[in-house]
Design a protein around this ligand. Structure first.
Ligand code: FES
Length: 105
């Protein structure tokens, strides 16, 4: 069983179990964390699933595609480690991933 660590906007950390094949957005939403709005449902159109990648095995992180990069380009709170978590498809190799949910715009 694989787990990821997610810090919400209040600074509270939760450990959530992931199912290989789901996206990180789905895993966080399914855990019931209220800060994950994901208003577009995961089609890379809203940026309300913005997270900061705090720690991840580099070998498993997929690159950001152009659509995600363009959408994040309009986000004021973007940082070097920003990602839209609906675009991260999980495998068991993501075990131990740490992310922080970005502030609401
Ligand atoms: S859920 Fe809308 S961009 Fe990720």
């Amino acid at each position: 069983m694989s787990s990821v660590f997610v810090v919400d906007r209040s600074g509270q950390e939760e450990i959530i179990t992931i199912e290989p094949g789901e996206t990180l957005m789905q895993a966080i939403s399914n855990s019931g964390m209220p800060d994950m709005l994901a208003l577009c449902g995961g089609v890379c159109a809203c940026a309300t699933c913005h997270v900061y990648i705090d720690a991840a095995p580099e070998s498993v992180m997929s690159g950001m595609d152009e659509d995600e990069d363009v959408l994040l380009g309009g986000v004021l709170s973007r940082q070097e480690n920003s990602r839209l978590c609906c675009q991260i498809r999980l495998t068991e190799a993501y075990d131990g991933l740490r992310v922080t949910i970005a502030p609401e715009e």
